[in-house]
Every structure is written in structure tokens, then in C-alpha cells.
Ligand binder design. Structure first.
Ligand SMILES: [Zn+2]
Length: 112
């Protein structure tokens, strides 16, 4: 009997997991935060910054919790400084009200 094990040609969108609630979504539904070697933790809207990354979903409660219980810090294996927290708070769209793009594209290569 011939095996017709044809792999389904479904296009797989890479799924990411919110570090707080563990819900998964494709990466557009989650915001990436990245730990940089020198500059602390940054929100990475492009998903292209090199460094250890963690994802948060759109739920403000998760962002609150990420900052409150250091789950984010743990996921990134770092400690959040006050400026890290400020940046992260400011970055959440529903909090800051405007989607600020800091156009700092330093052309980093490599990803995770
Ligand atoms: Zn979440």
C-alpha cells in the first residue's frame, strides 16, 4: 500500500506566546520586547532587533502584570529598571494613545 502522506500545504504562521497569559497568536497579535545588551529592555515593533525577546499580547492587564510581577524580567532573564518600565508602559498603544515610531533602525543583523 502506497502511503499518500502528502504534507498539507497549509501556510503556517509562526505562533508566539504571551509571557503572562500564555495565549498564543501570530506575531502580529503580540508585541515583542527585546533585551538589548547595553540599553535595557525595549519594545520592538519590527521584531527585528537582536537580543533575547519576549512577547506580550494586546491585553493591558498582561502588560500591567508583566511589570508588576516581573514575569517579563524573568522571561528576558534580566531585571527591569525604572526606565525600562517607563518605556514599556509608554509603548503600549492603548496607554500612550499614539503609536510612536522611533525610527531608530540601526541595521542590526542577526535575529534570535
Ligand atoms: Zn497576555
Amino acid at each position: 500500500m502506497a502511503k499518500q502522506g502528502k504534507p498539507a500545504k497549509r501556510r503556517r504562521v509562526p505562533q508566539r506566546t504571551c509571557v503572562v497569559c500564555r495565549s498564543t497568536a501570530d506575531k502580529r497579535g503580540l508585541t515583542r520586547l527585546v533585551r538589548t545588551p547595553d540599553e535595557g529592555v525595549w519594545v520592538d515593533p519590527t521584531g527585528k532587533r537582536g537580543g533575547r525577546g519576549a512577547y506580550l499580547c494586546d491585553d493591558p492587564a498582561c502588560w500591567n502584570r508583566a511589570l508588576a510581577v516581573d514575569v517579563l524580567a524573568k522571561a528576558l532573564r534580566t531585571t527591569l529598571t525604572e526606565s525600562d518600565r517607563d518605556r514599556i508602559r509608554a509603548a503600549h498603544p492603548s496607554w500612550s494613545g499614539d503609536t510612536r515610531e522611533d525610527g531608530s533602525n540601526e541595521g542590526e543583523s542577526g535575529g534570535d
